[in-house]
Design a protein around this ligand. Structure first.
Ligand code: NAP
Length: 332
C-alpha cells in the first residue's frame, strides 16, 4: 500500500521511525507492504515514487538538501499525481477552522485515498460531513489516535464489541490537566505554580488554554460521541468548564471526604460535558500524572475501563500505524 504522510512533526517522525524498523515484521505478520512515497511539511515535501528512505529523512540534519526534497510541494495540489492508496494526516489540531487538516482529508478522499488521522480538529467540527463524504466515495477514515493517544478505544469497539450498544462514555482525556491536578493534590500547591512547573517540564504549552480550559478534551468527547454513541454532535455542543479556578483548599476539602477532583469528559443521556468533578479515591479515575482513562458503559459487556498514555510521539504512532495496517489489510 502506498501512503502519503502530511506533517513531519513529533507524531510523524515517530511513525516514520517505527515504519522503518517494523516494515519487515508487518509484511511477515500481515502480508502487507507499506511504502511511504511522500512526506509533506509546510514548505515542501519529500517525494519518491519508489518509496522514501525513511531512516534517512528522519535523521536528516538539513532536509532541504535531501535528494527527495521538493520545495513548495503542497498535498492539496499534488494528491492526484501521487498514486497513493492512503493519506496519513498529522498536521496541528485547529478547533476554530480545522484547517489545514480538513482540506487535506477532503482532498485525499476525493482522490480515492483512505485516510488515517491523529488530528482532532476536522472530526470535532465536521464529523458527520466527513463520514458522509467517505461513504459517498467508498473510502474509510480511521482516527484512533485522535482520542487518548495510545488507548485503542475505537478499534476495541469496532472489532471486539461489535454487537454492543455504547450507552455512555466518561473519561480523563487530557494528560496535562490530569498532571496539574495530580501535582496540586500531592504537593498542596496552587494552580499557577503547578502550571509553571508543567510548562518547564514540557507537559504544558506556553499558551495552556487549549488544555486547561478543556478545549482539547471537548474535541475528543465530540469524536467519541459521534463515533461510539452515534450521536451527531459538534464541538459547540459541549458544556465546558476548565480547571483554572480549582484551589488547593477545594482539593483538601474533597480529600477529607474521600474524593479527588478530576477533569472529566462525559456523555451521559446525550449531554456532553467537560468539567472538574469529584471521584472516589479508589475509583478507576483516580490515576496520577499524565495518564488518560476511558470508561464505556455498554449493554452487553457492561462497564469497561481503559487506562493508558494519551500522548507522546511513539505512543500516538502506535495507534496511527495500527490504523494504517488495518486499511492495508482491508484493501488486500
Ligand atoms: N504529539 C502528541 O502526543 C499527539 C497525541 C495525539 C494526537 N496528536 C495530534 O497529532 C497531530 C500532529 O501532532 P504533532 O505533535 O506531531 O504536531 P507537530 O509536532 O506540531 O507537527 C505538525 C507538522 O505538521 C506540519 N504542517 C503544518 N501545516 C502543514 C501544511 N499545511 N502542510 C503540510 N504540513 C503541515 C508541520 O510542518 P513544518 O514541519 O513545516 O512546521 C509539522 O511538521 C496534531 O493534530 C495533534 O493534535 C498529537
Amino acid at each position: 500500500m502506498r501512503i502519503a504522510v502530511i506533517g513531519f512533526g513529533t507524531v510523524s517522525k515517530s511513525l516514520l521511525k517505527v515504519l522503518a524498523e517494523k516494515s519487515k515484521l508487518i509484511l511477515n505478520a500481515y502480508g502487507v507492504e507499506i511504502k511511504t512515497v511522500a512526506v509533506f511539511k509546510r514548505d515542501g515535501a519529500f517525494i519518491n515514487n519508489n518509496g522514501l528512505d525513511l531512516e534517512r529523512i528522519v535523521n536528516s540534519q538539513n532536509y532541504r538538501n535531501e535528494v527527495d526534497w521538493v520545495n513548495s510541494a503542497d498535498f492539496n495540489k499534488l494528491a492526484g499525481e501521487l498514486n497513493c492508496d492512503c493519506a496519513v494526516e498529522l498536521t496541528p489540531t485547529n478547533v476554530e477552522t480545522s484547517e489545514p487538516g480538513l482540506s487535506h482529508i477532503k482532498t485525499a478522499l476525493e482522490q480515492n485515498m483512505d485516510v488515517v488521522t491523529a488530528n482532532k480538529g476536522p472530526l470535532a467540527l465536521y464529523y458527520p460531513e466527513l463520514m458522509d463524504l467517505a461513504n459517498q466515495v467508498k473510502k474509510r477514515i480511521l482516527f484512533e489516535a485522535t482520542v487518548a493517544g495510545a488507548i485503542p478505544i475505537f478499534n476495541l469497539v469496532r472489532n471486539t464489541l461489535r454487537a454492543n450498544k455504547i450507552i455512555s462514555v466518561k473519561g480523563i482525556l487530557n494528560g496535562t490537566t490530569n498532571y496539574i491536578l495530580s501535582r496540586m493534590t500531592s504537593e498542596k500547591l496552587p494552580f499557577k505554580i503547578v502550571l509553571k512547573e508543567a510548562q518547564k517540564l514540557g507537559f504544558a504549552e506556553a499558551d495552556p488554554s487549549y488544555d486547561v480550559d478543556g478545549i482539547d478534551a471537548a474535541a475528543k468527547l465530540v469524536i467519541l460521541s459521534n463515533a461510539l454513541l452515534k450521536q451527531e454532535c459538534r464541538f459547540k455542543d459541549v458544556n465546558r468548564q476548565g480547571i483554572k479556578d480549582i484551589t488547593p483548599e477545594a482539593i483538601e476539602l474533597a480529600r477529607k471526604d474521600g474524593f479527588l477532583i478530576k477533569h472529566l469528559a462525559t456523555n451521559e443521556n446525550g449531554v456532553l460535558e467537560v468539567a472538574p468533578r469529584l471521584v472516589e479515591v479508589d475509583s478507576s479515575f483516580a490515576v496520577n500524572g499524565s495518564l488518560n482513562v476511558v470508561k464505556l458503559q455498554t449493554d452487553l459487556a457492561k462497564d469497561l475501563t481503559l487506562i493508558g498514555r494519551g500522548a507522546g510521539g511513539v505512543e500516538t504512532a502506535s495507534s496511527v500505524l495500527n490504523d494504517i495496517i488495518e486499511i492495508a489489510i482491508l484493501r488486500r
